[in-house]
Design a protein around this ligand. Structure first.
Ligand code: BG6
Length: 513
């Protein structure tokens, strides 16, 4: 008798993506060219894009459909995961058109509505997916335009949904305000706040690793885990004019508030009641509510390190320091690196530090999470281990990117007559096991929005909880009379020495990537 309650066919519990017209606001920008269109093209190439999807690019610059498509094609050739085939591109790009309008111009939205109705009369699906990919200062205008033209209203003929790109606010008050305006326009169930880290295959695998295997979950608590580290290293600096935005944000707002706190939530959450969007998000919000606030300049100085890179070498090339980057204020007080020690005040994690570090201009691009288990009792081999310097103990490493995979470090006896221990590891990597590393995050997220599945998108309260935690730190940095210092690190190094000292306080050290 088959005792396995799961059958292969049952295992994909997701709704199916439905055809729709995708309206992208800010269609002439980088995100559309580098991420959204290549993601749609890849889906089309893989036969996964629902039939009949149309794309309308909405932006201010006057352009013809052909000019718009030509610009998209140029970048798609460079960045798409599937190789660019002229025939496929021609077929795919026929579904793309361009709509020029100012974001503040009510007539532009009426014209958009007429255009959508015309497409629908020609046979396009009645479902409409609006995507805010413009600079965030236009979000209010676009939402107001959609409301005035009645484009947000549910109709008999299909759904209307909104996808909101990051940054979702710059602090708690602005995020609350944006949540309110979005809620006046679309109900929460039709709102999809993008955090592309959640679309990464390896981030999705965290829940599977934890809740589809009995082994790890039994050890997943403060009795067995000593500390957790989340590292996001980038070798890039402020190329391509990025300094303009980055200098107003900094590492804490740009990456920690969203992507890295999301990873932390997935690692720390309790098993959800079910795999529905709210089942999962309820548990992630609980983690965020349990983060011990880092409040006041003294606590921030004790638990957080901020730093800027000075000139150095990356990939063998000399690079300038942060303050000399294009579009960065020469007197800038924006951090290009941040390291934090975060405590989670709940039963499972009491006393376990979660360290997060993120930096630009580090030696390489890599994101990983390492779970450091407690040492075995010191009695038998550990004395020996200390004597011959084999230090690494049981560390579970989740490589988010690149070389996606999971490894488990342990100690082994070195073969031979001498009693010597050596660190070794068991390794699983996507390439060997599956022959591939999974789709780009935006491919998965676009399909999920078309399927009405918000599990991999941030909910309103999740975003606000994360900002509440981040705001305290920003406040101490920028508004206290004696703000915690700004450290520095050489471009191409692994960050400031202050970040090493942060871990040393509890006798820990950063894992070498
Ligand atoms: C973005 C940040 O959200 O994520 C960038 O704004 C960062 O500063 C990027 O470089 C990293 O994404 P990924 O997928 O390349 O790790």
């Amino acid at each position: 008798m088959d005792t396995n309650p799961f059958h292969e066919d049952d295992l994909d519990l997701r709704n199916r993506p439905e055809s729709c017209t995708l309206v992208i606001f800010g269609a002439t920008g980088d995100l559309t060219h580098r991420k959204l269109i290549p993601a749609l093209y890849n889906l089309a190439a893989a036969g996964e894009l629902p039939a009949g999807v149309r794309v309308v690019g909405f932006a201010r610059r006057p352009k013809t459909d052909d000019e718009f498509r030509a610009g998209l094609e140029e970048l798609n050739r460079k960045v798409s995961r599937h190789s660019h085939h002229d025939d496929l591109w021609r077929q795919f790009s026929r579904t793309i058109s361009y709509h020029a309008s100012e974001f503040q111009d009510a007539a532009g939205y009426d014209a958009l509505r007429q255009r959508l109705e015309a497409l629908e009369a020609e046979g396009a699906s009645g479902n409409r997916l609006f995507y805010l990919a413009s600079a965030p200062e236009y979000f209010d205008d676009i939402l107001a335009g959609l409301r005035q033209a009645g484009l947000n209203r549910p109709r008999d003929r299909g759904w209307s949904r909104i996808v909101v790109e990051k940054p979702f606010g710059t602090d708690l008050p602005s995020a609350r305000r944006l949540n309110r305006i979005v809620a006046e326009t679309f109900p929460e169930r039709d709102t999809y706040r993008i955090d592309h880290y959640l679309g990464k295959e390896t981030a999705q695998n965290i829940m599977v690793l934890r809740f589809a295997n009995a082994l790890f979950e039994l050890l997943w608590n403060n009795r067995c885990i000593e500390q957790v580290q989340i590292t996001c290293a980038e070798h890039l600096g402020m190329e391509g004019g990025r300094g303009g935005y980055y200098d107003t944000a900094g590492a804490l707002r740009d990456m920690v508030q969203n992507h890295l706190l999301q990873l932390l939530s997935l690692i720390a959450m309790e098993p959800p009641a079910d795999l529905t969007a709210d089942g999962v998000r309820d548990e992630k919000v609980k983690v965020l509510k349990c983060l011990r606030p880092i409040r006041g300049a003294a606590a921030v100085a004790e638990n957080v390190v901020r730093a800027q890179y000075t000139s150095g070498n990356v990939d063998g090339q000399p690079v300038v320091g942060y303050r000399r980057e294009d579009r960065v204020n020469p007197g800038s007080l924006t951090e290009s690196y941040v390291a934090l020690r975060i405590m989670i005040d709940n039963w499972r994690w009491e006393g376990v530090p979660f360290y997060i570090r993120m930096g630009k201009r580090l030696p390489k691009k890599a994101t990983e999470i390492s779970i450091h288990f407690k040492e075995a009792p010191r009695v038998l081999f550990n004395a020996l281990n200390a004597a011959n310097g084999a230090t690494a103990g049981n560390v579970l490493v989740i490589r988010i990117q690149p070389n996606e995979g999971i490894s488990l470090g342990m100690r082994s006896k070195l073969p031979g007559p001498a009693a010597r221990l050596q660190p070794v590891k068991m390794d699983f990597d996507y390439q060997t096991s599956f022959g591939r590393s999974g789709p780009e995050a935006y491919e998965r997220l676009l399909l999920d929005a078309m399927a009405g599945d918000a599990t991999l998108f941030a909910r309103d309260d999740e975003v606000e909880q994360a900002w509440a935690f981040i705001d305290e730190i920003e406040h101490a940095w920028h508004q206290s009379p004696e703000p915690p210092p700004m450290a520095d690190y050489q471009a191409g190094s692994w960050g400031p020495k202050e970040a090493d000292l942060l871990l040393k306080k509890l006798n820990h050290q950063w894992r070498r990537l």
